[in-house]
Ligand binder design. Structure first.
Ligand code: 5GP
Length: 120
């Protein structure tokens, strides 16, 4: 089905530490690491530890504890990176029309420069 999770996806391998990665932040609910192709000066990916394909999947299937833990972790990463005051953007591409490439739910934390308006 649409939400069948593939344990062979690249972020699953990163979570299992099968691929070397710089760990920016880790707790029970979240794992943060640099995007391999940064689009902005600070471009970090944050993923939940559970097996969720997309935002659509995570928002519908994750427990309230996982959702709360993940959301708090995103805020902690921003604080840790020192971008809380200057500001940042959290983006998640969910599914085909959004161009989602990796089928493990993730958010992009983008910061470090004025980001412009995403939607006009
Ligand atoms: P999305 O699925 O949100 O459209 O984009 C996936 C993001 O993951 C892209 O920004 C891409 O640069 C990043 N990415 C893809 N493969 C890897 C990888 O192996 N390691 C890291 N650190 N980032 C990756």
């Amino acid at each position: 089905g649409l939400d069948a999770y593939d344990d062979g996806n690249i972020f699953a391998k990163i979570l299992r530490k099968e691929i070397p990665v710089e760990v920016i932040y880790e707790d029970d609910y979240a794992f943060a690491f640099p995007d391999i192709a940064p689009q902005v000066p600070v471009h970090v990916l944050i993923i939940p530890k559970g097996r969720y394909v997309s935002f659509a999947d995570f928002s519908a299937q994750a427990s309230e504890t996982e959702i709360a833990g993940f959301t708090r972790a995103v805020g902690k990463v921003a604080r840790q990176l020192g971008v809380e005051e200057s500001g940042y953007r959290v983006i998640s591409n969910s599914g085909l029309n959004a161009g989602q490439e990796v089928p493990h739910y993730h958010v992009h934390l983008c910061a470090g420069a004025p980001l412009g308006r995403l939607l006009q």
